[in-house]
Ligand binder design. Structure first.
Ligand SMILES: [Zn+2]
Ligand SMILES: [Zn+2]
Length: 338
């Protein structure tokens, strides 16, 4: 587990409050506290756990404020390490919760279908990816319960200003990691809060979204990276995990190159013949190694492969053929391939 960094005063009315994610190798979410004359606004809220709540409330005290004074919580995206405590902050303060409309729609969708249906769909998708019966059984046994994020009070559109009195905090829509991911630009202090969109060391998970509606999340993500690549080098980048940095363009280019490399690798595998997402994923290199992964990790890896296959499909390099056993099979669309 990473050690928890201290609460930091970053100047110009911006504080960083690390909120732990117990039991998760990511370690913590950086919640940013933006001061305003009418109460602070939080960028993200952290994981829903008592230890996380203690760290958040103590951090707010260190920043000279209190959870009861929070004016609003703006979420970069709906994931639980960002949205988990938002509902509890709202209860304690009457704060509004805001997120992009596309993520708000997903939150409504999760609430509508409920945890059991959500689980069924997860297992159905994993079967369609080509997991074995034993793996599906393990997934059904071990998949954690779904926590539906607190519904937002407000939605934000691209370019919209967040309600932060006497300051300028603008939403920059960067879909990819989730359909409604936003970065937030604090224009009066030239800082860009990048959530999970651009992190200094790791690349965020880009998988097919919770329901496959034919979208191309990796294609969207690469377009969103080009958007962030236009950020001037001197703008401070404040991600939700790891550490602050400058030079958004360089980091965006590195991440884009990583995905292009993976796309090329996958195109090579597809040229070897029909394969399921599971078979393709087993042949790709992963940091942990496919064999060592638990089924939940394999599912995440396969979701990532699925996003890359979708982008290849959009580029005219891959096609899907229905498999006899119910799992979809993919092949190269290159006329030179088999
Ligand atoms: Zn995330
Ligand atoms: Zn995150």
């Amino acid at each position: 587990m990473r050690p928890l960094p201290p609460v930091e005063d970053l100047g110009e009315g911006v504080w960083s409050v690390p909120v732990p994610i117990p039991g998760n190798p990511l370690g913590y979410t950086l919640v940013y506290v933006l001061e305003s004359p009418r109460g602070p606004v939080l960028v993200d809220a952290g994981w829903h756990h008592e230890d996380s709540w203690q760290a958040l409330t103590a951090g707010l005290e260190s920043a000279g404020t209190a959870v009861a004074d929070v004016r609003g919580v703006v979420l970069t995206h709906f994931h639980p390490d960002h949205s988990g405590l938002a509902g509890r902050v709202r209860e304690a303060s009457g704060a509004w919760i805001a997120m992009h409309g596309a993520d708000a729609e997903l939150v409504r969708h999760f609430a509508r279908i409920g945890a059991d249906e959500q689980r069924e769909r997860l297992i159905g998708r994993t079967a369609g990816a080509g997991a074995s019966a034993a793996e599906l059984e393990e997934l059904a046994r071990t998949a954690p319960p779904f926590a539906v994020p607190a519904p937002p009070d407000r939605t934000l559109a691209d370019g919209e200003l967040v309600d932060l009195p006497q300051r300028k905090l603008r939403a920059v829509w960067t879909p990819g990691h989730t359909p409604g991911h936003i970065c937030l630009h604090l224009e009066d202090a030239d800082r860009l809060f990048t959530g999970d969109h651009v992190l200094p060391r790791i690349t965020p998970h880009i998988g097919l979204y919770a329901f496959d509606d034919g979208d191309d999340p990796l294609g969207e993500y690469l377009a969103s990276l080009s958007r962030i690549a236009e950020t001037p080098d001197e703008t401070r980048i404040l991600p939700a995990h790891e550490h602050r940095f400058s030079g958004a363009a360089e980091r965006a280019a590195e991440i884009a190159a990583h995905h292009e490399h993976k796309l090329a690798e996958l195109a090579g595998l597809l040229a070897d013949g029909d394969a399921t997402l599971w078979e393709l994923s087993a042949r790709l290199p992963w940091k942990r190694g496919w064999e060592a992964m638990a089924v939940a990790q394999r599912r995440m890896a396969a979701a990532e492969t699925a996003a890359h296959v979708r982008t290849l499909e959009r580029r005219g390099l891959a096609v899907c053929a229905d498999g006899a056993d119910g799992a979809l099979r993919w092949r190269s669309a290159d006329p030179a391939g088999p």
